[in-house]
Design a protein around this ligand. Structure first.
Ligand SMILES: Cc1cc2nc3c(=O)[nH]c(=O)nc-3n(C[C@H](O)[C@H](O)[C@H](O)COP(=O)(O)O)c2cc1C
Length: 189
């Protein structure tokens, strides 16, 4: 069973979402003895923004990287994404990854009835989210968790679980409390 673990925080050791995503992966390793983890760190791996040349296959090296990222996504049975809220959205390195894996004919297709997701090998997706403020589950200012859920749904992944630590920039005490409470929830996966 393959698990694709993606981190996107730019904050390294100080990242909250990295701690949460790592805890989810550790928990899943306990549940599935045959888990093969593929780790993609977007904080260190440079995925350049999508360009017309990449889209048209004229940038051979980058087009190949896009194909590899699509294959890596399609091969996963479980995906875990760590993402903080950056300017109400996801980190731009994660958006660059999304732009590479949302490929018509590979991860979705258009039909007369609308778009159909093709990443049906992925049985479950986990979102490890961290936010400086407090937004809850359905804030109109949330273009982070809502966006990731939309991308998963769009590519055919409908079983999605979100773990978020909120208010982590309000005070060090609240950060620690939110982190511990979320880690506790993760321990019940
Ligand atoms: C560039 C940047 C933009 C941010 N924008 C927001 C924001 O719009 N709303 C918010 O509540 N917190 C914001 N924060 C705080 C982060 O959501 C918070 O630090 C979170 O823990 C980031 O995840 P990470 O620690 O895994 O990087 C921002 C932080 C950074 C570094």
């Amino acid at each position: 069973m393959k698990l694709l673990h993606i981190d996107s925080s730019i904050l390294g050791e100080n990242s909250v979402s990295r701690k949460l995503s790592a805890a989810i992966v550790e928990q899943l390793k306990k549940k599935h003895s045959n888990l093969e983890v593929d780790y993609l760190d977007l904080g260190t791996k440079d995925i350049p923004h999508l360009t017309g040349a990449i889209l048209l296959g004229q940038d051979v090296e980058q087009s190949r990287l896009g194909e590899e990222l699509v294959d890596q996504y399609l091969a996963a049975d479980i995906v875990v994404i760590g993402a903080g809220m950056y300017n109400f959205s996801i980190p731009s390195n994660l958006k660059a990854w999304v732009d590479r894996i949302a490929v018509a004919g590979k991860t979705f297709k258009y039909t007369a009835e609308g778009a159909v997701g093709l990443a049906t090998n992925i049985q479950k997706a986990y979102i490890a989210s961290s936010r400086g403020g407090i937004y809850g589950d359905s804030s109109p200012a949330d273009f982070q968790e809502a966006f990731l859920k939309q991308i998963f749904n769009f590519t055919g992944v409908t079983n999605i679980e979100v773990f978020h630590a909120e208010g982590v920039n309000i005070s060090p005490e609240l950060k620690e409390k939110a982190l511990q409470e979320t880690l506790e929830k993760i321990s019940h996966i």
